[in-house]
Design a protein around this ligand. Structure first.
Ligand code: SF4
Length: 369
C-alpha cells in the first residue's frame, strides 16, 4: 500500500514506478490509480471534454499492416473516398452541433491526386467554417499516415494544425512483426519529428495487447511519448479483425478481453500521471470491449472524445477492427448518445472550442528569464 501511495504521488515517476502501476491487479488499487489520474487531469487540463468529429473520408490504403481490417489485401472491403460535398456536409453537422474540431482520417496514400484533394478539402473546410464562434474556423486534425516533409508542410499551410500518427509500439522488433517490411519503425519516428518541426500539435499512440507485447513494452511506450514530447495521445486495445493475418489470435483475444480492457484503462491513467498536461483521447475501441468503455476512459484521465461523423452508409467499410460500435447509427444519434454519456459522468463539454493541447501551448510560450 505504501509503495502504491508513493508511486501515485511521485512527481517524477521512474520506469519502475510506471511498470509497477501498470501491473496493479487488485480492484481497490486500480480504483486508487483512477482517482489519482483524475485528480492530475483536473489540475493540469481541467475537467472539460473536447469533441472531435471523426470523418473517415477514405478507406483506400497502399499498406498491408498485418492487424488492420482495411489493409490493401482485404478484398472483402468495398473501397470508397467521400466526395468533397459529402465531407463538407459532415463538417457542417459537426460545427452546427458545437464540435470545435474535426479529425480527417483515411488509409495511407501518397499520390499527388490524394495530396491535392486533402489540401483542397482543408482549405475549403477552413473558409466555410469561420464564424463569430470559431473565428479561425473549425480545428482540423489530420490522420493520413506517413508522408514526406513537404507534404506535411502543405497540409499545415492549408490550415490543419494537429496531426495523429500512431507509433503503434515503441519496440522496433515488435513493430517489425506487425508490419510488412516496407513499413519501418525508423521512418515512422522520422515522420513524427517532421511534424513537430513543421509546427503541428503531434499526437501518437499505441495498440494495447498486441500478440507478443509485454508490460515492459507498454512501460517503454509511455516513456517514448515523453521522449518525443507528444502533445496528444490516442491509444486503445488491439482488437482482432478476422480478415487479417492476425485472425489466428482471435481465440486468445476472446479469452483475454477483460484483462485487455483493464490494461487499456491503466495505460490511460498512467500516461496521465506521467505526461500530465497532454490531451488524451478515450477511443472507440474501448467501447468495443465494454459498452461504457469510453466513459470509463474519461474517468481514468482522458479528456477528448471523437464522435463518429462518417456518413452511415460508409461506416461498415471502415472497420479497422471488429465489433466497432456506432456503425449503424446516424451522426445525430451518435453525437447525442455520446454527449448524454459524457453528461452522465458529470463532465462539462468544451463546445465551440478547439480544445488544443495545453502541453503544446505551454511549450510554445516564450520562456521568461
Ligand atoms: S493501419 Fe493504416 S496504414 Fe496500415 S493498413 Fe491500416 S489504414 Fe493502412
Amino acid at each position: 500500500m505504501k509503495e502504491l501511495i508513493k508511486a501515485l504521488y511521485n512527481d517524477n515517476l521512474t520506469k519502475e514506478d510506471l511498470l509497477f502501476l501498470l501491473s496493479l491487479e487488485k480492484k481497490e488499487d486500480i480504483e486508487q490509480l483512477r482517482q489519482r489520474a483524475y485528480e492530475v487531469m483536473k489540475q493540469n487540463v481541467g475537467e472539460f471534454v473536447y469533441l472531435r468529429g471523426l470523418i473517415e473520408f477514405s478507406n483506400l490504403c497502399i499498406n498491408d499492416c498485418y492487424y488492420c481490417g482495411i489493409r490493401k489485401s482485404n478484398s472483402k472491403v468495398r473501397r470508397y473516398t467521400l466526395e468533397e460535398d459529402e465531407v463538407l456536409e459532415c463538417v457542417e453537422f459537426a460545427v452546427k452541433n458545437g464540435y470545435g474540431s474535426i479529425v480527417l482520417q483515411s488509409g495511407e496514400r501518397k499520390d499527388s491526386r490524394f495530396i491535392d484533394y486533402v489540401c483542397s478539402l482543408i482549405e475549403k473546410i477552413k473558409s466555410k467554417t469561420r464564424s463569430q464562434q470559431l473565428p479561425n474556423g473549425v480545428g482540423i486534425t489530420l490522420c493520413v499516415g506517413e508522408q514526406s516533409y513537404n507534404t506535411y508542410k502543405r497540409f499545415f499551410e492549408a490550415g490543419a494544425h494537429r496531426y495523429l500518427l500512431r507509433i503503434e509500439t515503441s519496440n522496433p522488433e515488435l513493430f517489425a512483426k506487425i508490419h510488412p517490411p516496407e513499413v519501418s519503425f525508423e521512418r515512422r519516428k522520422e515522420c513524427l519529428y517532421y511534424l513537430k518541426d513543421i509546427g503541428f500539435q503531434v499526437g501518437t499512440g499505441v495498440m494495447i495487447g498486441l500478440p507478443g507485447q509485454t508490460i515492459e513494452d507498454l512501460t517503454n511506450d509511455i516513456v517514448f511519448f515523453k521522449e518525443i514530447d507528444a502533445d496528444m495521445i490516442g491509444m486503445g486495445p488491439y482488437i482482432v479483425h478476422r480478415e487479417t493475418p492476425f485472425a489466428i489470435y482471435e481465440k486468445y483475444f476472446q479469452e483475454n478481453k477483460y484483462n485487455l480492457y483493464l490494461l487499456s484503462l491503466k495505460m490511460i491513467a498512467v500516461t496521465r500521471l506521467f505526461l500530465k498536461d497532454v490531451n488524451i483521447a478515450s477511443t472507440t475501441a474501448l467501447q468495443a470491449l465494454y459498452p461504457f468503455g469510453r466513459e470509463e476512459g474519461l474517468r481514468f484521465g482522458a479528456n477528448v472524445i471523437m464522435p463518429l461523423m462518417t456518413p452511415s452508409n460508409y461506416r461498415k467499410e471502415y472497420l479497422l477492427y471488429e465489433g466497432k460500435p456506432c456503425i449503424d447509427e446516424f451522426s445525430d444519434d451518435c453525437g447525442e448518445c455520446l454527449i448524454a454519456r459524457i453528461e452522465n459522468i458529470n463532465r462539462p463539454i468544451g463546445y465551440n472550442n478547439w480544445g488544443d493541447s495545453i502541453h503544446f501551448k505551454r511549450k510554445s510560450q516564450p520562456k521568461k528569464d
